[in-house]
Design a protein around this ligand. Structure first.
Ligand SMILES: [Zn+2]
Length: 352
């Protein structure tokens, strides 16, 4: 385990990692037990309190140019631990199935899959939303909304207040490492679908796509509509609300807005999705958990946690298949015109 910096960890730090970031420890265990089925990289090491916290990237399949790509992210907001747990649960399922399932082995040979289960390891360790420097990574990108509500949409007053955006001119280390991964995958691939797993106070599970900074549609909205229709036709009884994030609220500095603008190109269709798991079902049946740290963002009870962990497996597998078979559903120019109109009537009619 030399690579894991584990040898450099003091016994005390190891112990506190076990207590405060068990997900990170579980991920490291997973890496060690599946050496032949995954490649891992430490893409960044974040320092906090003189301790080093690694950001891991897990690659499945042999990454080669020309293949479509899937990027799965978790733990941007440290307190939303269920997002990390969902990503690790998915990783475990695939690693087990890769032992015997030929169609899965074949699929991973034909697509590039990268998983970043814990983008903000210090936030996870501290059980808080921001990173170690008090910056909300999801408000940190250099992109401003014309509207947006006070504070919650992002602020530059102080890291002591929530939703702090950080310094104007720079992305935080965690975000820089994420940016490099997206740059790498989008330069290799004709299609990149990403899904970033979060949780928040809501009645329903939501699938968001850009933009968060404005209410008008993305530059190339048609592939999003095509993916939505594909999902809904394939899984007609699904429980997600598929919508632009701006339908919910406007924010400054949204990472996926920014990455979409940077890396969505003619030769790489980029579809960034955010899964926002609604916590109301967990809280409703257990209102007292509101008073516990993280109670708003995590199930806290084993059977509800299990339900959350299995609930999103079909979606993740669907995305894998959608990436694998992208040539079957990605719209051509003519279909795009029609789908753009569909997008207008689905989500943007109010602005006309
Ligand atoms: Zn979040």
């Amino acid at each position: 385990m030399t690579h894991f910096l584990n040898e450099k960890r003091t016994p005390l730090f190891r112990q506190s990692l076990h207590q405060q970031a068990p997900e990170l420890v579980e991920l490291e265990r997973l890496i060690v037990t599946h050496p032949s089925r995954l490649e891992y990289r430490v893409i960044e090491t974040v320092e906090y309190n003189e301790q080093a916290f690694p950001i891991y990237a897990i690659d499945l399949g042999q990454h080669q140019p020309g293949k479509p790509a899937l990027l799965i992210c978790g733990g941007v907001h440290g307190i939303e631990r269920i997002g990390v747990q969902v990503v690790i649960a998915q990783l475990k399922v695939w690693l087990e199935r890769l032992k015997w399932e030929r169609s899965l082995q074949q699929c991973f040979n034909e697509i590039n899959v990268t998983v970043l289960p814990v983008i903000n390891p210090v936030g996870l360790f501290l059980n808080r939303r921001s990173n170690g420097r008090g910056v909300d990574l999801m408000r940190n990108a250099p992109i401003d909304s014309q509207q947006g509500s006070f504070l919650v949409s992002g602020q530059r007053f102080s890291p002591r207040l929530p939703w702090y955006r950080g310094k104007e001119d720079r992305l935080e280390l965690e975000n820089l490492s994420l940016e490099k991964e997206i740059k790498r995958l989008s330069s290799l691939s004709p299609l990149l679908i990403s899904i970033d797993c979060h949780s928040g106070f809501g009645m329903r599970d939501r699938l968001w796509f850009p933009y968060a900074y404005r209410r008008r549609p993305m530059r190339d909205i048609a592939p999003v509509v095509a993916l939505k229709l594909l999902w809904e036709n394939s899984y007609p009884n699904h429980q997600y609300i598929f919508e632009p994030q701006s339908n919910h609220y406007l924010t400054h500095g949204d990472l996926w807005d920014y990455f979409y603008k940077c890396f969505g190109r003619k030769d790489c269709t980029f579809l960034p999705l955010t899964l926002e798991m609604g916590s109301w079902n967990w809280v409703r049946k257990r209102p007292l958990q509101l008073f516990r740290v993280g109670g708003l963002f995590n199930p806290l009870v084993p059977h509800r946690q299990q339900r959350a962990l299995r609930r999103h497996l079909p979606l993740m597998d669907f995305l894998r298949h959608a990436v694998h078979s992208y040539q079957q559903w990605l719209p051509n120019d003519q279909e795009k015109q029609h789908l753009t109109q569909v997008a207008q009537s689905l989500w943007y009619r109010m602005q006309e």
